[in-house]
Design a protein around this ligand. Structure first.
Ligand code: PCD
Ligand SMILES: [Cu+]
Length: 806
């Protein structure tokens, strides 16, 4: 038989499908300054909104006088809670089942809280008027410490619910208590702890930080009173959910609301929540009949929109003398700020924190999380980790190190000894998850071999000796981390947001000439969906990725979906894309069989065509099939070639990774030099290796930021001490080390193409890895654990407290 040319491999290559490091199609517009962000949207007659914000963290609002502000030329309106109250919009529901003030209703609960909204013909007039709004505050005692917030005589923060005994997640036992979330078997775990050979215990604090995307949050609301249509362009990570929520709280019918997320300059979880700025802009547009733009500045973004972390985690881990882990106990005090506005699936008030048994086969565990109100900003977003997973990974990966010290066992060996084995998957964890697939031992051995682990330890020991001899002032730390992520929320049966099941969707239209458009319920904020989702389709339907447009973010055109966060796009919308592609292929098969005059079952798929079985020279390529779909009357088959899939994943996906970081720490200055960072990620089937590498670089850099200095810090009066980029650490190329990336591939057994998410992994694994490295540098001197962020001062302090400064 003659060789068919081009060969299947050559044809596959042309498609730029799965596994191709296809260049990002969106970069053509971004690198030429042709992106279209919220602030690029300029409508005729557009007004601008700006907030009066509270300088106090806790105060009564006695009166607001806006007369002088209204006199500023260009000022159109000044909204206060009193104006919103008749509409029932002075408070709004939060994603966590709580409610939050849109504008201060009698009091303020955190510094930077929205008090009044000034609307003017330009930003400058609005800002000038903001200065002239006179608010009379009466200061109240401030609580920024969640432990103090729970003391019996602590000030009542939420007077609106002070007497409410039931919260959204069960009983409340104190006026500042929000919920207690308990998982696992307390009795059995405490029994194991009581009888264990060894128990390691530590309080691990994961400090408050903030996603701080390059572009802050903003929107343009435009009410067209003639058609009754409201259009809102905004930096939304979940445009459809925003539309539904907007409809429910405004009473405008959902078909009359159009939400558009244009290009987004980074989200990182910051743009999942619903903020007062959106509500105020919508109300202002309805009131004035003009479009209203609101874009927050950097300080507003850092002070008032969703923070991340702020978890005090008390851990106890039990083991046998030879290092077999027998149980994990954990209690978390979670500081949620003034309102519980955490972005988590409804049934998970602490997100997926119960993944805290990590990559280890721990027979029994118990976890309780107490949510607490304080005078800090509300929020509690993922920030590059699927719902509190980075906190969980940080806890277990620090506890493993603490246990290794206590047992006197090498931490790499301790991990290896306790990993869930390959043959145990699907693995049911003690706290209730079913891990889909993994091969931890292989990944770990590959990572340790790649960095020359034994040699690193030998070098470290030598360094300690030279330090003791006074020959050097630098110590060396080796940070290890093995993490398991949980991404892809995710089964509708247990994951929803405000009652909306967390499925996702893809709709495909193949055009007559064999090119296509696919629309998804997700929205890229920089991840490169336009590039990668076209690759999934290219492999499924044999149309080159370059001939497929991917569109997201316009609720008038995209199918309903729950959006992009929690690394769910690939696991959920990516699966929907593959499934919709398969529907296209099924119809294409019938068309091909008709054209080839054989039975449907007598043709088979071959890269970009259907061929007659056993006669590959007889085929119909996808382009030809597409044309036939629009030009021939095929008996029993409708014209056209379109498909839609709404995908409810059967389980989440569990990406994992092995990271190693080597640091040199200057004992006298606290300066930490990152000598080496090796990251092995396993995200199952890899769609675009180049994009994955970019995701890993970005996530590791955010991890570096968090571990080494980035923090939202408050003083005792509740003043935000890190409200500008002078104080809030965002690494530049200068601080960012070189990263070595690597991978193994363990496909997800339930995902149609075997892919797992990857965007968040580097943050989840990176933070404990940097932190472990810093802590490890001082291990030889009896040091066990120091809180992040490991900025120079805090590192210097570790050395100082150990007496290393002589
Ligand atoms: N296997 C695989 C996987 C994946 N991939 C790719 O990669 C990416 C990613 O993915 P994922 O993982 O699925 O994710 P998504 O969903 O898409 O996204 C999300 C994420 O993403 C990350 N990344 C990024 N990047 C950028 N540029 N920007 C941004 O913003 C961002 N963000 C961040 C975050 S934070 Mo959250 O929201 O916190 O929850 S979550 C998150 C895309 O493109 C995809 O396709 C591939 O290729 N392969
Ligand atoms: Cu998270």
């Amino acid at each position: 038989m003659n060789e068919i040319t081009p060969t299947p491999a050559e044809r596959a290559e042309k498609l730029k499908g799965l596994g191709s490091s296809r260049k990002r199609v969106e970069d053509v517009r971004f690198t030429q300054g042709k992106g279209n962000y919220v602030d690029d949207i300029k409508l005729p007659g557009m007004l601008f909104g700006d907030f009066v914000r509270s300088p106090y963290a806790h105060a009564r609002v006695v009166s607001i006088d806006a007369e002088a502000a209204k006199q500023v030329p260009g000022v159109v309106a000044v909204l206060t809670a009193a104006d919103l109250a008749p509409l029932g919009l002075h408070w709004m529901p939060t994603l966590a089942g709580d409610k939050q003030m849109v504008l201060a209703d009698g009091k303020v609960l955190f510094q930077g809280q929205e008090v009044a909204f000034v609307v003017a013909t330009d930003r400058y007039a609005a800002a000038d008027a903001v200065e002239l709004v006179e608010v009379d505050y009466e200061e109240l005692p401030v609580v920024t410490d969640p432990f103090k917030a729970l003391e019996p005589d602590a000030p009542v923060l939420r007077e609106d619910i002070a007497d409410q005994k039931e919260g959204a997640h069960g009983a409340r036992r104190h006026h500042n208590h929000i919920f207690t979330w308990e998982q696992g078997d307390r009795e059995a775990t405490e029994k194991v702890l009581a009888e264990a050979d060894v128990v390691a215990e530590e309080m691990i604090y994961y400090h408050r930080t903030h996603p701080c995307p390059l572009e802050t949050c903003g929107c343009v609301a435009s009410m067209d009173k003639v058609n009754g249509k409201l259009t809102v362009w905004g930096t939304f990570q979940a445009p459809h959910a925003v539309r539904t929520v907007a409809s429910l709280i405004s009473g405008i019918a959902e078909h009359n609301i159009r939400i558009i997320s244009p290009d987004i300059g980074g989200g990182f979880g910051n743009k999942v929540g619903v903020y007062p700025g959106y509500i105020c802009s919508i109300v202002a547009s309805i009131v004035t009949g003009k479009p209203v733009k609101w874009v927050e500045d950097r300080m507003e973004n850092l002070m008032a929109t969703a923070f991340a972390r702020d978890y005090w985690m008390q851990g106890k881990i039990a083991a046998t003398k030879d290092g077999r882990i027998t149980g994990l106990w954990c209690h978390v005090t979670a500081d949620h700020g003034g309102f519980d506005a955490c972005a988590d699936p409804t049934k998970f008030p602490a997100g997926f924190f119960n993944i805290c048994t990590g990559s280890y086969d721990i027979p029994v565990a118990w976890l309780a999380v107490d949510g607490v109100y304080t005078n800090k900003a509300p929020g509690g977003v993922a920030y590059r980790c699927s719902f509190r997973v980075t906190e969980a990974a940080y806890l277990i990966e620090r506890m493993i190190e603490v246990l290794a010290i206590k047992l006197g066992i090498d931490a790499a060996e301790l991990r290896r000894k306790n990993f869930i084995r390959k043959d145990q998957f699907p693995y049911r964890s003690a706290l209730g998850w079913e891990y889909d697939s993994g091969d931890y031992h292989t990944a770990w051995d590959k990572a340790l071999a790649a960095v020359g682990y034994e040699d690193l330890r030998a070098e470290q020991a030598d360094r300690v000796e030279s330090f003791r001899r006074g020959e050097t002032r630098k110590l060396m730390g080796v940070g290890l981390t093995f993490f398991t992520e949980i991404v892809g929320a995710g089964p509708v049966k247990n994951c929803d947001i405000l009652g909306l099941g967390m499925f996702d969707s893809c709709e495909i239209r193949i055009h007559p000439t064999g090119s296509a458009i696919a629309r998804l319920g997700t929205i890229s904020q920089g991840q490169g969906h336009a590039t990668t989702f076209a690759q999934i389709l290219a492999s499924e339907i044999g149309i080159p990725a370059d001939n497929i447009t991917i569109e997201e973010g316009d609720t008038d055109t995209a199918p309903y979906g729950l959006g992009t966060y929690g690394s769910r796009s690939t696991p959920v919308a990516g699966a929907a894309t593959a499934m919709a592609g398969r529907k296209i292929r099924a119809k294409a098969q019938m068309i091909a069989a008709y054209l080839l005059e054989v039975h449907d079952d007598d043709v088979e798929w071959d890269v970009d065509r259907f061929v007659v079985k056993g006669a590959p020279e007889r085929f119909k390529a996808m382009a030809e099939i597409a044309f036939a779909a629009y030009n021939q009357a095929i008996p029993g088959i409708e014209p056209g070639l379109e498909a839609v899939s709404y995908y409810d994943p059967p389980n989440m996906t569990y990406p994992f990774g092995a990271y190693v970081c080597v640091v040199d720490v200057d004992v006298d200055t606290g300066q930490v030099d990152i000598r080496r960072f090796y990251a092995l990620d396993d995200c199952g089937t890899r769609i675009n290796p180049m994009i994955i590498e970019g995701q890993v670089h970005g996530g590791l850099t955010e991890a570096l930021a968090i571990a080494m200095g980035q923090e939202i810090a408050y003083d005792e009066l509740g003043n935000v001490k890190t409200g500008t980029l002078m104080d809030f650490f965002v690494p530049t190329a200068w601080e960012t080390p070189h990263y070595e990336t690597d991978w193994t591939t363990t496909p997800s057994p339930h995902h149609p193409i075997g892919a797992k998410g990857v965007g968040e992994s580097p943050n989840v694994g990176g933070v404990p890895c940097f932190s472990n490295a810093v802590n490890d540098a001082f291990r030889a001197f009896g040091h066990v654990h120091a809180h992040m962020p490991h900025d120079h001062w805090r590192v210097w302090k570790i050395a100082h407290d150990l007496g290393l400064h002589g």
